[in-house]
Design a protein around this ligand. Sequence first.
Ligand SMILES: C[S@@+](CC[C@H](N)C(=O)[O-])C[C@H]1O[C@@H](n2cnc3c(N)ncnc32)[C@H](O)[C@@H]1O
Length: 212
Amino acid sequence: MTGAEMDEARKAYFNDSAEKWIDLWYRDPETGRQDRHAKDFERLFALMPLKTGDSVLDAGCGTGVLVPYLLDAVGASGTICELDFAPRMIEINRRLHPAANIRFLVADVEQTPLACASCDAAVCFSCFPHFSDKGRAVETLAGILKPQGILIVAHFASSRGINARHKTCAAVRHDHLPDEGAMRKMMETRGFAIEAFIDEEGFYYLQARKKA
Ligand SMILES: C[S@@+](CC[C@H](N)C(=O)[O-])C[C@H]1O[C@@H](n2cnc3c(N)ncnc32)[C@H](O)[C@@H]1O
């Protein structure tokens, strides 16, 4: 399979999974509620330095599991951009989240069509391993962030856990979260300073700040 064919297969997989995405990953089978990771979200949003009025890009947003938390963090004066390359994910996300301060974009993160230096934060939650050219994605995100803006890469699994999980699914079996050294180098060579790095069972969090 060529790289382009792999990209198409990955996009088709996410598009086809959109309808059941939240049930699959976020619904607690016992309670039936969408709060399987409630404590993890609490931890994630306690770490992320978001403020009222911020403009935040949610890259690889899927059906928008972060939206309620992001809205809470940035308030009515802030803005959220939900971006995903799978149209079906965005369609469902838009239907679920009618707030006026959310913009929806079907686009590849490597070509994020936002203005230069327009965002306070870019969040890549549970999606970074799927970006086919990760260096290019980081460079693009550096471009749309304001000086001192932050880039977050987060998962509710360790890098080891994520990489093992992806190997079990044909469409994403080559999608890999690089090790700490490679992630640091990728960020630092593109104008970021790493402020936090956690990679432990059940939780991964990298916070990088764009240098002024
Ligand atoms: C594992 S899902 C996670 C979705 C969402 N963040 C969540 O946690 O529910 C990964 C998402 O990233 C999107 N994605 C993968 N590569 C992308 C790219 N290059 N540009 C934009 N979106 C991408 C997929 O379509 C998919 O919705």
